[in-house]
Every structure is written in C-alpha cells, then in structure tokens.
Design a protein around this ligand. Structure first.
Ligand SMILES: [Fe+2]
Length: 386
C-alpha cells in the first residue's frame, strides 16, 4: 500500500474562461438535459444587469427556469432551506448560480439539501455528503471567492452566530463560466477585498500541510497575478486586460486552495463573519499579516518563495529579515488598495475575542495550518489585529 499521507488529489470543474462566458449557461444546461433550471442570484446582481444575460441564454435554449434571489451576504442556513424547498416545488433538475460567493455557496447548499434531504447544518466538516448534488453551473461576478471552482461551501448559522465550512468533492461544480466582464460592476473597495481574499487563498494553500506540486504552481501564479495587477486595476478600473488577470489569479488561487485547503486566516475569518456578519474578503485582509507573523517560523522556506512571488528581492537575507519584509509588503499592499481599517474599527470588541477564538479553533480550515494553533494563540492574533 502507498503511504496515503503522501498522495495528493486534484479536482476541478470544467472551466470556460473569458469575456462572454456567462452567455453559455443555456448551452451547458442543455447538455445536462435540464427540464427546469433554478437560477440562484441576489438583488445586487439583478440590479447590475447580469441576470438578464443568463435568462436570455436559457430562453434561447428553450429551457424554463425559476429565479431564487432571497440570498443575503454571508448566506444563511434558512435561505438554503428555503431555496431547496423552491427547487423541489418547481420541479428543477439543474442549478445555475450567478453572483459572488454568497449566491454560489447558497446554490451549493441547495444542491446538497435537494439530494440528501437533511438540514444544511448537518453537513459541516469534510466528506459528509453521501448523495451527489444536481448539476451545478456557476458564474462568478466577483474575482476572489472562487466558489465556482472549489469544493467548499460556507454557510452562516445565525442562531449560533457561526459560519460552517462544508468541504466535499461533491461540491466541485460541474461547470464554471468565468467571465471577467461580470466584475466590472464591483466598486473599488469590493474589488480590493475580493482580490485580497484570492491572495489569501493562494498563500494559505501554498503553506498548507496538504500542499503539493499539483497545487503549488497555481498558488504561486495566483499570488503573482494579484500582486502585479491589483493596484493597477484600482487605478484603471475600465481596463479589461487587468480585470482578466485578476480573474485568472482568483481562479488559480481557487484551484490551489480547493485542493490544498486553507489555514488560520480563513478559520479566524469564518468565525468573525459568522459572529459579526462582516464581509469575508475584508475579514481575511484584516487578519493576513498577523497570521503570517504567527505562521512564518513553521514554514520559512515556503514563505521565502511567497516573498519572491510578491516581488521581493530576498537574496542573502536571513529568515527573520525576509519575514519582516513580507509582513511589511502585505501591509503596504493592503494600504495601497484602500484596506486601512483594523478589527477595532469594524466594531470588534476585546471582550468578543474569547468567543471568536472558541469558534475559530473548531473550523475545518485550521486542520491544514502549518503551525498547530491553540485557542490562546488565536486570541493573541485577534488581539494583534485590533
Ligand atoms: Fe476566502
């Protein structure tokens, strides 16, 4: 028998990348013999006009559909259950989602519940889904979350003020229609936060204990694409070429983290997002440099490669110096793209920290963090990010 700990797997959806990809929804739904499609989206995406293209595409393919748009940021378990009820009542057999992470995660949740007939909160953790989900066609309208290529689904439990992570190969979408044009309606702050989320995906995947050659190449390329193009995109938001590069960076980071899993930034950020309903990308951005500071000495060779991918010349420097330069570089990038607040300025109170750490320590993303963290360690990191 091979040593199972040394084996690596890589799963990915069929990916169509490029301007106009969103208009292929009807063609792919047809390939899955769709009799009726549930479109999952939200009010912001509808207002931005992107739903209209998907509707047109399905109409041209002669496929009936029902639109479910009762999805809030940080999608809630109750919304997933309502969507699953609508999916069954309307007799749908394919799901198309268009939007940021929230509609896409909600769509995955609806798929799980539709075929497994249990409350979505019962599927928390790794490989808990037994019945395959219906065909999923995902169209991202932000460049960062990568729910469209990942085996992750994050759902908010508002009763217990916690976010749960559901991780399963069953959640890799069948098709990702990745269309950089859809990101043109993001405001500058959302553009920055979602791209930094992608950067965090790539960095956490690269230092993850489950990283390997199948994911490393995507992680490093993802870091370079975000680092080299995000500030320029924020200065020139109409530039289609730069949008494409950031979308590509997000996709690569997504392929890396979906297969190598994440680390302490995400476990702590899920806790923050569940407890205080804060935006995911911003939570990650506020924590990133502090978690690098905590993790660095557990993977100095990996972080050195990250520093080089961030454009730093680290030749001849000692690990301690590289660590300081990398942390400064991340902090400067955050500043440059307009993410200047601290947790404190986002209404997190020092008295919240024990509760936040208690929830973060249970998050599945912490399993692959390069340094084994205790609840006390997480409390210190939250404190530093105040
Ligand atoms: Fe993320």
């Amino acid at each position: 028998m091979p040593d199972i700990l040394n084996l690596r797997k890589f799963v990915a959806p069929e990916i169509i990348f490029g301007a106009g990809a969103r208009k292929l929804a009807g063609r792919y739904a047809q390939q899955f013999s769709a009799s009726k499609v549930l479109i999952v989206t939200d009010k912001g995406v509808i207002a931005a006009g992107w739903l209209a293209d998907v509707r047109k595409s399905l109409e041209e393919a002669g496929i009936p559909y029902h639109v479910f748009s009762n999805v809030t940021p940080n999608p809630r378990a109750t919304e997933v259950m309502e969507g699953a009820e609508v999916y069954g009542r309307e007799g749908c057999n394919v799901i198309v989602a268009i939007g940021g992470g929230s509609p896409m995660d909600c769509a995955k949740g609806i798929g799980i519940v539709s075929s497994n007939n249990m409350n979505i909160l019962r599927f928390e953790g790794v490989d808990k889904i037994h019945m395959p989900v219906p065909p999923l066609i995902l169209i991202p309208t932000t460049a960062g979350t990568s729910a469209d290529v990942s085996q992750f689904c994050i759902i908010s439990n508002r009763d217990e003020l916690v976010k749960i992570a559901i991780i399963s190969k069953a959640l890799v979408p069948d098709v990702a229609l990745i269309d950089p044009e859809t990101t043109t309606t993001m405001d500058p702050y959302l553009t920055a936060c979602t791209a930094i989320d992608a950067l965090v995906h790539a960095m956490e995947a690269f230092v993850s204990t489950a990283s390997g050659p199948l994911t490393d190449m995507h992680a490093i390329e993802g870091i370079k694409l975000v680092r080299q193009n995000l500030p320029a995109l924020l200065r020139d938001r109409e530039n289609a070429r730069l949008r494409e590069k950031i979308m590509l960076g997000s996709m690569k980071a997504g392929l890396a983290f979906s297969n190598a899993i994440l680390g302490a930034v995400h476990s702590m950020s899920h806790s923050l997002g569940g407890f205080l309903d804060l935006p995911h990308g911003e939570c990650n951005a506020l924590l990133l440099d502090h978690v690098i500071n905590y993790n660095y000495d557990s993977a100095p060779e990996r972080f050195k490669i990250i520093a080089e991918a961030m454009g730093l010349d680290v030749r001849g420097l000692r690990p301690k110096e590289i660590k300081a330069r990398l942390i400064n570089c991340v902090a400067a990038l955050k500043n440059e793209v307009g993410i200047t607040r601290t947790l404190c300025q986002r209404s997190v109170k020092t008295s919240d920290i024990p509760q936040l750490a208690k929830k973060a320590i249970k998050d599945a993303c912490l399993l692959t963090n390069p340094r084994k963290a205790t609840k006390g360690d997480l409390e210190v990191i939250y404190g530093e990010a105040m």
